[in-house]
Design a protein around this ligand. Sequence first.
Ligand SMILES: NC(=O)c1ccc[n+]([C@@H]2O[C@H](COP(=O)([O-])OP(=O)(O)OC[C@H]3O[C@@H](n4cnc5c(N)ncnc54)[C@H](O)[C@@H]3O)[C@@H](O)[C@H]2O)c1
Length: 379
Amino acid sequence: MGIVGLGNMGRYHADYLLQKKVSGCELTAVSDAIPANLERYRQLKTFERSEDLIRSGAVDAVLIATPHYLHTTIGIDALEHGLHVLVEKPISVHKSDCERLLGAHRDPKLVFGAMFQMRTDPRYRKIKQLIDQGHLGQIVRVNWIITDWYRTEAYYASGGWRATWKGEGGGVLLNQCPHNLDLLIWCCGPVARVRGFCQLGRFHSIEVEDNVTAYLEFARGATGVFVTSTGETPGTNRFEIAGEKGRLVLEHGRISFVRNEVSMFEFSRSSRAGFARPEVWNVDVPFDPSGAQHHLIVQNFVDAISSGARLLAPATEGVGSVELANAILYSSLIGETVEMPLDGGAYERKLQQLIAESRHEKVVAEVATEDFTQSFNRQ
Ligand SMILES: NC(=O)c1ccc[n+]([C@@H]2O[C@H](COP(=O)([O-])OP(=O)(O)OC[C@H]3O[C@@H](n4cnc5c(N)ncnc54)[C@H](O)[C@@H]3O)[C@@H](O)[C@H]2O)c1
Protein backbone atom coordinates (compact mmCIF):
# COMPACT_ATOMS: atom_id res chain seq x y z
CA MET A 1 0.00 0.00 0.00
CA GLY A 2 1.11 3.54 -0.70
CA ILE A 3 -0.26 6.71 0.88
CA VAL A 4 -0.50 9.95 -1.09
CA GLY A 5 -0.74 13.03 1.15
CA LEU A 6 0.87 13.01 4.59
CA GLY A 7 -1.04 15.74 6.36
CA ASN A 8 -3.22 15.16 9.41
CA MET A 9 -5.12 12.27 7.89
CA GLY A 10 -2.39 10.62 5.83
CA ARG A 11 -0.06 10.49 8.86
CA TYR A 12 -2.83 8.92 10.94
CA HIS A 13 -3.38 6.22 8.30
CA ALA A 14 0.39 5.65 8.05
CA ASP A 15 0.72 5.22 11.82
CA TYR A 16 -1.79 2.38 12.15
CA LEU A 17 -0.52 0.68 8.97
CA LEU A 18 3.04 0.78 10.37
CA GLN A 19 1.67 -0.64 13.64
CA LYS A 20 0.33 -3.58 11.55
CA LYS A 21 -3.27 -2.97 12.53
CA VAL A 22 -4.33 -4.15 9.08
CA SER A 23 -3.46 -7.72 8.17
CA GLY A 24 -2.42 -8.73 4.67
CA CYS A 25 -1.14 -5.24 3.96
CA GLU A 26 2.22 -3.51 4.22
CA LEU A 27 2.86 0.21 3.85
CA THR A 28 5.72 0.35 1.35
CA ALA A 29 5.69 3.89 -0.08
CA VAL A 30 4.46 7.39 0.66
CA SER A 31 4.19 10.63 -1.26
CA ASP A 32 3.79 14.25 -0.24
CA ALA A 33 4.34 17.46 -2.17
CA ILE A 34 6.23 18.92 0.82
CA PRO A 35 9.58 17.09 1.13
CA ALA A 36 9.78 17.72 4.92
CA ASN A 37 6.64 15.61 5.38
CA LEU A 38 8.50 12.60 3.98
CA GLU A 39 11.33 12.76 6.54
CA ARG A 40 9.78 10.48 9.15
CA TYR A 41 9.15 7.74 6.55
CA ARG A 42 12.70 7.29 5.29
CA GLN A 43 12.46 3.51 5.92
CA LEU A 44 9.86 3.43 3.09
CA LYS A 45 10.07 4.47 -0.56
CA THR A 46 9.30 8.19 -0.63
CA PHE A 47 8.13 10.36 -3.52
CA GLU A 48 7.51 14.08 -3.86
CA ARG A 49 5.27 13.47 -6.87
CA SER A 50 2.26 11.14 -6.70
CA GLU A 51 2.86 10.27 -10.38
CA ASP A 52 6.21 8.74 -9.46
CA LEU A 53 4.75 6.68 -6.60
CA ILE A 54 1.95 5.44 -8.87
CA ARG A 55 4.46 4.36 -11.58
CA SER A 56 7.09 3.01 -9.17
CA GLY A 57 5.97 -0.62 -9.00
CA ALA A 58 6.32 -0.33 -5.21
CA VAL A 59 2.60 -0.54 -4.48
CA ASP A 60 -0.50 -2.53 -5.49
CA ALA A 61 -2.88 0.02 -4.00
CA VAL A 62 -2.97 3.67 -2.92
CA LEU A 63 -4.81 5.49 -0.18
CA ILE A 64 -5.34 9.11 -1.28
CA ALA A 65 -5.41 11.65 1.57
CA THR A 66 -4.68 14.93 -0.21
CA PRO A 67 -6.88 18.05 -0.44
CA HIS A 68 -10.15 17.06 -2.13
CA TYR A 69 -9.69 18.36 -5.70
CA LEU A 70 -6.66 16.09 -6.05
CA HIS A 71 -8.72 13.00 -5.16
CA THR A 72 -10.07 13.17 -8.71
CA THR A 73 -6.83 13.67 -10.64
CA ILE A 74 -4.65 11.38 -8.51
CA GLY A 75 -7.43 8.77 -8.33
CA ILE A 76 -7.79 8.74 -12.13
CA ASP A 77 -4.02 8.45 -12.56
CA ALA A 78 -3.83 5.52 -10.10
CA LEU A 79 -6.78 3.63 -11.63
CA GLU A 80 -5.41 4.15 -15.14
CA HIS A 81 -2.10 2.67 -13.99
CA GLY A 82 -3.71 -0.49 -12.64
CA LEU A 83 -3.73 0.30 -8.91
CA HIS A 84 -6.48 -0.44 -6.44
CA VAL A 85 -7.65 2.85 -4.89
CA LEU A 86 -9.03 3.87 -1.52
CA VAL A 87 -9.93 7.55 -1.57
CA GLU A 88 -10.63 9.83 1.37
CA LYS A 89 -13.99 11.56 1.70
CA PRO A 90 -15.32 13.49 -0.16
CA ILE A 91 -14.42 11.34 -3.18
CA SER A 92 -14.37 14.55 -5.28
CA VAL A 93 -15.41 18.18 -4.87
CA HIS A 94 -18.44 18.11 -7.17
CA LYS A 95 -20.68 15.66 -8.97
CA SER A 96 -19.07 16.02 -12.41
CA ASP A 97 -15.64 15.29 -10.95
CA CYS A 98 -17.10 12.24 -9.16
CA GLU A 99 -18.35 10.99 -12.53
CA ARG A 100 -14.93 11.58 -14.12
CA LEU A 101 -13.24 9.70 -11.29
CA LEU A 102 -15.70 6.79 -11.31
CA GLY A 103 -15.47 6.69 -15.12
CA ALA A 104 -11.75 5.86 -14.83
CA HIS A 105 -12.62 2.66 -12.95
CA ARG A 106 -12.85 0.49 -16.05
CA ASP A 107 -11.02 -2.61 -14.88
CA PRO A 108 -13.40 -4.72 -12.73
CA LYS A 109 -10.41 -6.46 -11.13
CA LEU A 110 -9.42 -3.19 -9.44
CA VAL A 111 -11.02 -2.47 -6.09
CA PHE A 112 -12.14 1.14 -5.61
CA GLY A 113 -13.31 2.11 -2.12
CA ALA A 114 -13.97 5.30 -0.16
CA MET A 115 -13.00 6.18 3.43
CA PHE A 116 -16.43 6.33 5.04
CA GLN A 117 -15.30 4.91 8.37
CA MET A 118 -18.54 5.99 10.08
CA ARG A 119 -20.17 3.08 8.27
CA THR A 120 -18.18 0.83 10.64
CA ASP A 121 -19.67 2.60 13.68
CA PRO A 122 -21.95 0.06 15.44
CA ARG A 123 -24.50 2.80 16.28
CA TYR A 124 -25.13 3.69 12.64
CA ARG A 125 -24.99 0.05 11.60
CA LYS A 126 -27.71 -0.66 14.18
CA ILE A 127 -29.88 2.27 13.00
CA LYS A 128 -29.56 1.11 9.40
CA GLN A 129 -30.44 -2.45 10.44
CA LEU A 130 -33.53 -1.30 12.36
CA ILE A 131 -34.74 0.72 9.35
CA ASP A 132 -33.91 -1.98 6.77
CA GLN A 133 -35.68 -4.65 8.85
CA GLY A 134 -38.81 -2.49 9.00
CA HIS A 135 -38.82 -1.81 12.77
CA LEU A 136 -39.73 1.85 12.15
CA GLY A 137 -42.13 1.11 9.31
CA GLN A 138 -42.42 3.92 6.78
CA ILE A 139 -40.12 6.82 7.69
CA VAL A 140 -41.99 10.12 7.78
CA ARG A 141 -39.44 12.62 9.15
CA VAL A 142 -35.69 12.83 9.56
CA ASN A 143 -33.89 15.58 11.47
CA TRP A 144 -30.16 15.76 11.93
CA ILE A 145 -28.76 18.67 13.89
CA ILE A 146 -25.01 18.27 13.67
CA THR A 147 -23.60 21.52 14.93
CA ASP A 148 -20.72 20.18 16.99
CA TRP A 149 -18.19 20.54 14.17
CA TYR A 150 -16.84 23.66 15.93
CA ARG A 151 -13.65 24.99 14.32
CA THR A 152 -11.56 28.05 15.19
CA GLU A 153 -9.98 30.62 12.87
CA ALA A 154 -6.65 28.82 13.50
CA TYR A 155 -8.09 25.68 11.94
CA TYR A 156 -9.03 27.54 8.77
CA ALA A 157 -5.64 29.26 8.68
CA SER A 158 -3.83 25.91 8.99
CA GLY A 159 -3.83 25.16 5.24
CA GLY A 160 -3.85 27.42 2.17
CA TRP A 161 -6.41 25.14 0.47
CA ARG A 162 -8.90 25.14 3.32
CA ALA A 163 -12.23 26.94 3.06
CA THR A 164 -11.56 28.49 -0.34
CA TRP A 165 -13.61 27.88 -3.51
CA LYS A 166 -10.44 27.28 -5.48
CA GLY A 167 -8.54 25.11 -3.00
CA GLU A 168 -11.32 23.17 -1.27
CA GLY A 169 -14.49 23.86 -3.27
CA GLY A 170 -16.77 24.26 -0.26
CA GLY A 171 -17.00 24.49 3.51
CA VAL A 172 -18.69 22.50 6.26
CA LEU A 173 -20.84 20.53 3.80
CA LEU A 174 -17.83 19.27 1.90
CA ASN A 175 -15.24 18.94 4.65
CA GLN A 176 -16.98 17.93 7.87
CA CYS A 177 -20.37 16.65 6.66
CA PRO A 178 -19.61 14.05 3.99
CA HIS A 179 -19.90 11.39 6.72
CA ASN A 180 -23.27 12.68 7.96
CA LEU A 181 -24.69 13.10 4.46
CA ASP A 182 -23.43 9.63 3.53
CA LEU A 183 -25.06 8.10 6.62
CA LEU A 184 -28.27 10.02 6.00
CA ILE A 185 -28.59 8.48 2.52
CA TRP A 186 -27.22 5.09 3.65
CA CYS A 187 -29.84 4.83 6.41
CA CYS A 188 -32.84 6.74 5.02
CA GLY A 189 -32.49 6.37 1.24
CA PRO A 190 -32.00 8.90 -1.57
CA VAL A 191 -33.16 12.51 -1.46
CA ALA A 192 -35.56 13.73 -4.17
CA ARG A 193 -35.45 17.51 -3.68
CA VAL A 194 -33.60 20.06 -1.57
CA ARG A 195 -33.97 23.64 -0.44
CA GLY A 196 -30.77 24.85 1.18
CA PHE A 197 -29.95 27.99 3.17
CA CYS A 198 -26.20 28.45 3.54
CA GLN A 199 -24.41 31.34 5.17
CA LEU A 200 -20.96 31.99 3.73
CA GLY A 201 -18.33 33.04 6.27
CA ARG A 202 -20.97 33.69 8.93
CA PHE A 203 -18.69 32.77 11.85
CA HIS A 204 -15.21 32.82 10.34
CA SER A 205 -13.11 34.89 8.01
CA ILE A 206 -13.69 32.48 5.12
CA GLU A 207 -15.52 32.65 1.79
CA VAL A 208 -17.34 29.28 1.94
CA GLU A 209 -20.33 28.07 3.97
CA ASP A 210 -19.95 27.58 7.74
CA ASN A 211 -23.64 27.63 8.73
CA VAL A 212 -26.31 25.59 6.96
CA THR A 213 -29.99 24.67 7.25
CA ALA A 214 -31.51 22.46 4.57
CA TYR A 215 -35.02 21.18 4.01
CA LEU A 216 -35.03 17.76 2.34
CA GLU A 217 -37.64 15.55 0.75
CA PHE A 218 -36.65 11.91 0.51
CA ALA A 219 -37.57 9.76 -2.50
CA ARG A 220 -39.56 7.43 -0.22
CA GLY A 221 -41.70 10.32 1.04
CA ALA A 222 -40.11 11.44 4.32
CA THR A 223 -39.42 15.12 4.92
CA GLY A 224 -36.30 16.22 6.76
CA VAL A 225 -34.13 19.03 8.04
CA PHE A 226 -30.34 18.96 8.13
CA VAL A 227 -28.61 21.63 10.21
CA THR A 228 -24.87 22.05 10.50
CA SER A 229 -22.31 24.63 11.55
CA THR A 230 -18.63 25.01 12.42
CA GLY A 231 -19.21 28.17 14.43
CA GLU A 232 -21.44 27.02 17.25
CA THR A 233 -20.37 25.63 20.61
CA PRO A 234 -21.47 23.73 22.62
CA GLY A 235 -22.95 22.13 19.54
CA THR A 236 -25.58 19.46 19.17
CA ASN A 237 -25.40 16.09 17.50
CA ARG A 238 -28.94 14.73 17.40
CA PHE A 239 -30.12 12.36 14.68
CA GLU A 240 -33.86 11.78 14.96
CA ILE A 241 -35.90 9.52 12.72
CA ALA A 242 -39.68 9.30 13.06
CA GLY A 243 -41.43 6.34 11.47
CA GLU A 244 -44.97 4.98 11.53
CA LYS A 245 -43.88 2.44 14.17
CA GLY A 246 -41.96 4.78 16.45
CA ARG A 247 -39.23 7.36 16.93
CA LEU A 248 -35.53 6.69 17.10
CA VAL A 249 -32.99 9.22 18.44
CA LEU A 250 -29.21 8.99 18.47
CA GLU A 251 -27.80 11.59 20.85
CA HIS A 252 -25.00 11.65 23.46
CA GLY A 253 -23.79 8.33 22.02
CA ARG A 254 -27.06 6.57 22.93
CA ILE A 255 -29.80 5.21 20.74
CA SER A 256 -33.29 5.55 22.19
CA PHE A 257 -36.20 3.96 20.38
CA VAL A 258 -39.77 4.63 21.47
CA ARG A 259 -41.80 2.03 19.63
CA ASN A 260 -45.49 2.39 18.82
CA GLU A 261 -47.33 -0.80 19.72
CA VAL A 262 -49.30 -0.43 16.49
CA SER A 263 -48.69 1.61 13.35
CA MET A 264 -49.65 5.27 13.92
CA PHE A 265 -51.37 5.26 10.50
CA GLU A 266 -53.50 2.24 11.39
CA PHE A 267 -54.24 3.67 14.83
CA SER A 268 -55.38 6.97 13.33
CA ARG A 269 -57.71 5.15 10.94
CA SER A 270 -59.20 2.75 13.50
CA SER A 271 -59.38 4.73 16.78
CA ARG A 272 -62.80 6.01 17.84
CA ALA A 273 -61.28 8.60 20.22
CA GLY A 274 -59.95 11.93 18.91
CA PHE A 275 -57.03 12.48 21.29
CA ALA A 276 -55.93 8.86 21.75
CA ARG A 277 -52.40 7.68 20.92
CA PRO A 278 -50.92 4.22 20.49
CA GLU A 279 -49.30 2.60 23.53
CA VAL A 280 -45.50 2.86 23.38
CA TRP A 281 -42.60 0.69 24.52
CA ASN A 282 -39.24 2.18 25.42
CA VAL A 283 -36.77 -0.09 23.71
CA ASP A 284 -33.18 -0.29 24.87
CA VAL A 285 -31.11 -0.81 21.73
CA PRO A 286 -27.81 -2.50 22.56
CA PHE A 287 -24.71 -1.87 20.45
CA ASP A 288 -20.99 -2.42 20.70
CA PRO A 289 -19.47 0.93 21.89
CA SER A 290 -16.20 0.62 19.94
CA GLY A 291 -17.04 3.54 17.58
CA ALA A 292 -15.96 4.18 14.02
CA GLN A 293 -12.59 2.82 12.94
CA HIS A 294 -10.64 3.92 9.88
CA HIS A 295 -8.49 0.79 9.91
CA LEU A 296 -11.60 -1.39 9.51
CA ILE A 297 -12.32 0.30 6.17
CA VAL A 298 -8.72 -0.37 5.10
CA GLN A 299 -8.97 -3.98 6.33
CA ASN A 300 -12.17 -4.44 4.33
CA PHE A 301 -10.47 -2.87 1.26
CA VAL A 302 -7.52 -5.26 1.61
CA ASP A 303 -9.89 -8.22 2.06
CA ALA A 304 -11.78 -7.14 -1.06
CA ILE A 305 -8.51 -7.19 -3.03
CA SER A 306 -7.18 -10.44 -1.63
CA SER A 307 -10.33 -12.51 -1.22
CA GLY A 308 -13.21 -10.68 -2.92
CA ALA A 309 -14.90 -9.39 0.29
CA ARG A 310 -17.84 -7.04 -0.33
CA LEU A 311 -16.84 -3.38 0.17
CA LEU A 312 -18.48 -1.60 3.11
CA ALA A 313 -18.06 1.71 1.29
CA PRO A 314 -17.60 1.36 -2.48
CA ALA A 315 -16.46 4.56 -4.23
CA THR A 316 -19.62 4.48 -6.38
CA GLU A 317 -21.59 5.23 -3.20
CA GLY A 318 -19.34 8.22 -2.46
CA VAL A 319 -21.08 10.31 -5.11
CA GLY A 320 -24.32 10.55 -3.07
CA SER A 321 -22.90 12.71 -0.27
CA VAL A 322 -21.08 14.96 -2.76
CA GLU A 323 -24.21 15.42 -4.85
CA LEU A 324 -26.29 16.24 -1.76
CA ALA A 325 -23.69 18.71 -0.45
CA ASN A 326 -23.55 20.36 -3.90
CA ALA A 327 -27.36 20.48 -4.14
CA ILE A 328 -27.79 22.16 -0.74
CA LEU A 329 -25.21 24.81 -1.62
CA TYR A 330 -26.52 25.26 -5.17
CA SER A 331 -30.09 25.68 -3.93
CA SER A 332 -28.93 28.37 -1.53
CA LEU A 333 -26.89 30.19 -4.17
CA ILE A 334 -29.70 30.29 -6.75
CA GLY A 335 -32.47 30.73 -4.16
CA GLU A 336 -34.56 27.84 -5.49
CA THR A 337 -35.53 24.27 -4.67
CA VAL A 338 -33.24 21.81 -6.47
CA GLU A 339 -34.61 18.56 -7.90
CA MET A 340 -32.39 15.50 -7.75
CA PRO A 341 -30.51 14.20 -9.62
CA LEU A 342 -28.53 17.44 -9.55
CA ASP A 343 -27.42 18.91 -12.88
CA GLY A 344 -23.68 18.37 -12.25
CA GLY A 345 -22.65 20.60 -15.18
CA ALA A 346 -24.71 23.53 -13.90
CA TYR A 347 -23.21 23.16 -10.42
CA GLU A 348 -19.67 22.96 -11.80
CA ARG A 349 -20.25 26.20 -13.75
CA LYS A 350 -21.52 27.89 -10.58
CA LEU A 351 -18.44 26.76 -8.68
CA GLN A 352 -16.18 28.05 -11.48
CA GLN A 353 -17.99 31.39 -11.22
CA LEU A 354 -17.39 31.51 -7.45
CA ILE A 355 -13.70 30.77 -8.05
CA ALA A 356 -13.44 33.45 -10.75
CA GLU A 357 -15.19 36.08 -8.62
CA SER A 358 -13.32 35.27 -5.39
CA ARG A 359 -11.79 38.35 -3.75
CA HIS A 360 -11.01 36.68 -0.42
CA GLU A 361 -7.45 37.03 0.87
CA LYS A 362 -6.51 33.71 2.48
CA VAL A 363 -4.33 33.99 5.58
CA VAL A 364 -2.22 30.94 6.40
CA ALA A 365 -0.65 30.53 9.86
CA GLU A 366 1.17 27.90 11.90
CA VAL A 367 -1.12 26.05 14.31
CA ALA A 368 -0.27 24.71 17.73
CA THR A 369 0.49 20.98 17.76
CA GLU A 370 -2.63 19.21 18.97
CA ASP A 371 -4.38 15.88 18.83
CA PHE A 372 -5.99 15.87 15.40
CA THR A 373 -7.98 12.67 16.20
CA GLN A 374 -10.26 14.85 18.38
CA SER A 375 -11.77 16.00 15.08
CA PHE A 376 -13.42 12.64 14.48
CA ASN A 377 -13.22 10.79 17.83
CA ARG A 378 -15.78 13.08 19.46
CA GLN A 379 -18.42 12.18 16.85
N1 LIG B 1 -12.05 10.19 7.08
C1 LIG B 1 -11.83 11.14 7.98
O1 LIG B 1 -12.23 11.03 9.13
C2 LIG B 1 -11.07 12.37 7.59
C3 LIG B 1 -10.63 13.27 8.58
C4 LIG B 1 -9.88 14.38 8.18
C5 LIG B 1 -9.60 14.62 6.84
N2 LIG B 1 -10.07 13.73 5.90
C6 LIG B 1 -9.81 13.98 4.45
O2 LIG B 1 -8.43 13.77 4.18
C7 LIG B 1 -8.00 14.70 3.17
C8 LIG B 1 -6.77 15.45 3.69
O3 LIG B 1 -7.15 16.21 4.82
P1 LIG B 1 -6.06 16.67 5.91
O4 LIG B 1 -6.81 17.26 7.03
O5 LIG B 1 -5.09 15.55 6.15
O6 LIG B 1 -5.32 17.83 5.08
P2 LIG B 1 -3.83 18.37 5.30
O7 LIG B 1 -3.75 19.70 4.66
O8 LIG B 1 -3.42 18.20 6.73
O9 LIG B 1 -2.95 17.31 4.45
C9 LIG B 1 -2.94 17.26 3.03
C10 LIG B 1 -1.54 16.78 2.61
O10 LIG B 1 -1.56 16.54 1.20
C11 LIG B 1 -0.30 16.98 0.69
N3 LIG B 1 -0.39 17.20 -0.74
C12 LIG B 1 -0.93 18.27 -1.38
N4 LIG B 1 -0.80 18.09 -2.72
C13 LIG B 1 -0.20 16.89 -2.91
C14 LIG B 1 0.19 16.15 -4.07
N5 LIG B 1 -0.02 16.62 -5.31
N6 LIG B 1 0.80 14.95 -3.89
C15 LIG B 1 1.05 14.48 -2.64
N7 LIG B 1 0.69 15.14 -1.51
C16 LIG B 1 0.07 16.33 -1.66
C17 LIG B 1 0.00 18.23 1.50
O11 LIG B 1 1.37 18.58 1.46
C18 LIG B 1 -0.45 17.81 2.90
O12 LIG B 1 0.61 17.21 3.62
C19 LIG B 1 -9.18 15.61 2.87
O13 LIG B 1 -9.81 15.21 1.68
C20 LIG B 1 -10.11 15.42 4.06
O14 LIG B 1 -11.48 15.57 3.72
C21 LIG B 1 -10.77 12.63 6.26
